[in-house]
Ligand binder design. Structure first.
Ligand code: SF4
Length: 545
């Protein structure tokens, strides 16, 4: 019998928490995970599915466990967004896969970058998107190719392990960790230790849902909307360390993460991370999938109770109280040319809405190496940073990158626009996003050539109510849905959310009732909003204020 007393928090009803005795699967997802660990599908892919082909794949693996190795079936082409919700999963499935490569901290060598580009050219029809979680996402992958892809990627230390699924996903890290003059501690060793100890381990391969982590000295990783974040802060007695945040997340029921009020030194970050994810694994709600993220547990318990359970039941010690980090004045995106601590430079460039290609990545690796760099980082804003560029090569590399469509001095619109995968490949999508975002950027560069706002205005496009491109914390958030055009027809469009943000403006955009715009009208609409803001703006006012 599940205990009915000594239950942390206020919820009386069983929510499927393991720690309270609810071990029987309460929904099909939990059943699939109990039947077999998602990590075990790797052997079947290598030994059976890749040899016998798509039709040999067990449906529970196809739509469930494949994710533990970064694989999702992609959307069958030609199905319009209005039909998405009405179709069964098998009707939406294509025979090709999306494959996500996890790039923890966004950190790549040029050798790894070249391999990623070559895999794209050899196995993914040239596709490669930089996601807002510092991953690379391929499309058009065939199951027969997976052994060769893993051989090439893993040979260089690149993983697809737990890139999707109910697992500890890629860890966001500062794109300038270890080279920035604004950083007191480089948190990369903590990211590396978590990867080594816990990723791919059965200890955390069956979580109630996905678990997103961000670890950075600087506030450049959207720490407010991750499940757990470690943010750099100077303790008055103990020195530099990390402030712990829990329970952030977007999508339906968005929540800004809350501070535990605890200060953690660098070498304790992996243990505290393991304690927090253990609380989630054991007490997380497994009954209803839409309530399974850690944000619901934190909201129900409160952060004080969460911290007490973490300390008493998992760490066996009290954490040190710590101060809140100061919030930066404006968002940090690392675009442009900047000095490193060692006197060399890093150059942040903006592919439009994160879209690149295998050919671009191979060319980028070559250009970086020619300029004397061996390191590249991806950013949580779908951008790319080349590190370690000597002064003498900055101009030539910047020019070379521009020829690849990677601008170091992008327009404000190219710089601050992001888009999720959308209907091109995503089975949940209602509207097209990536190409629409790219066209929108080009339109705004023409329409608003006379306007240069001195504050960033972020524009994020999503293909459905999920918030993969963080629409709810954008200045202009665009949530894809079918809308009614002026002539009464049902067409692709967006519900508008205005004034969301992170940092000083941490909060969710206002969903203005009835404020919907067709995809075709998007350029008109954004131009109008931006011109009105610029005309009416008072000194120092930010868009979200
Ligand atoms: Fe797919 Fe929706 Fe996420 Fe976009 S927001 S990638 S459409 S699930």
């Amino acid at each position: 019998m599940p205990p009915t007393t000594s239950v942390p928090g206020k919820r009386k009803r069983g929510e499927g928490q393991w720690k309270l005795g609810y071990r029987e699967p309460l929904n099909p997802n939990e059943r699939t995970k109990k039947d077999d660990d998602g990590l075990n599908v790797r052997a079947r892919i290598e030994n059976v599915y890749s040899k016998r082909g798509f039709d040999s794949i067990d449906p529970a693996d196809l739509r469930g466990r494949m994710r533990w190795w970064g694989l999702y079936t992609q959307r069958r082409p030609g199905i319009d967004g209005g039909r998405t919700a009405a179709l069964e999963p098998e009707e939406l499935d294509d025979r090709y896969f999306m494959l996500r490569v996890r790039i923890d901290g966004g950190a790549l060598t040029t050798e790894q970058l070249r391999a990623i580009g070559e895999v794209s050219q050899d196995h993914a029809r040239g596709t490669a998107d930089v996601t807002d979680r510092q991953n690379i996402q391929y499309h058009w992958i065939q199951i027969e190719d997976m052994p060769a892809i893993w051989k090439k990627l893993e040979g260089l230390g690149l993983l697809t392990t737990e890139a999707c699924g109910d697992t500890p996903r890629v860890i966001l890290g500062s794109p300038v960790a270890g080279i920035s003059a604004d950083e007191k501690i480089d948190p990369s060793p903590a990211i590396d230790a978590i990867l080594e100890r816990y990723i791919g381990s059965p200890e955390f391969s069956n979580l109630p849902r996905k678990f997103k982590t961000a670890i950075s000295w600087q506030q450049d990783v959207a720490h407010e909307v991750n499940d757990v974040s470690f943010v750099g802060v100077e303790h008055p007695e103990h020195g530099p360390g990390f402030d712990v945040w829990v329970g952030g997340g977007l999508s339906t029921n968005p929540k800004i993460a809350q501070r535990l009020g605890a200060w953690v030194p660098l070498d304790e970050v992996p243990d505290v991370w393991a304690g927090i994810i253990s609380v989630f694994r054991d007490y997380g709600y497994r009954r209803l999938r839409h309530r399974a993220r850690i944000k619901f547990l934190v909201a129900d318990w409160g952060v004080e109770e969460f911290r007490r359970v973490l300390e008493d039941e998992y760490l066996g010690r009290k954490l040190v109280d710590g101060p809140a980090p100061a919030t930066p004045e404006s968002p940090i995106d690392h675009i442009g040319v900047h000095k490193q601590v060692d006197g060399r430079n890093y150059i942040g460039v903006a592919p439009p809405a994160g879209r690149v290609s295998g050919a671009t990545l191979v060319a980028l690796a070559k250009a970086a190496e020619t300029a004397g760099s061996r390191r590249v980082r991806l950013t949580p804003q779908q951008k790319i940073v080349v590190l370690d560029v000597p002064d003498r090569n900055v101009t030539s590399l910047t020019a070379e990158l521009a020829t690849l469509g990677l601008q170091a001095e992008p327009s404000p619109w190219r710089r601050a626009t992001m888009a999720c995968t959308g209907i091109e490949f995503c089975k949940l999508a209602i509207v097209e996003t990536k190409e629409r975002a790219i066209r929108l950027v080009e339109e705004l560069e023409r329409r608003l050539a006379d306007v240069s706002p001195d504050v960033p205005i972020s524009i994020h496009l999503n293909g459905c109510p999920n918030a993969c491109a963080r629409t709810q914390v954008a200045d202009i958030g665009l949530k894809g849905q079918i809308v009614t055009a002026a002539d009464g027809t049902q067409v692709e469009g967006f519900q508008v959310h205005l004034g969301g943000g992170l940092g000083l403006d941490a909060g969710f955009g206002r969903k203005l009732r009835g404020l919907k715009v067709t995809s075709a009208e998007l350029g008109d609409y954004v131009e109008r909003v931006v011109r009105r803001f610029v005309d009416q703006r008072e000194d120092g006012e930010r868009f979200a204020q």
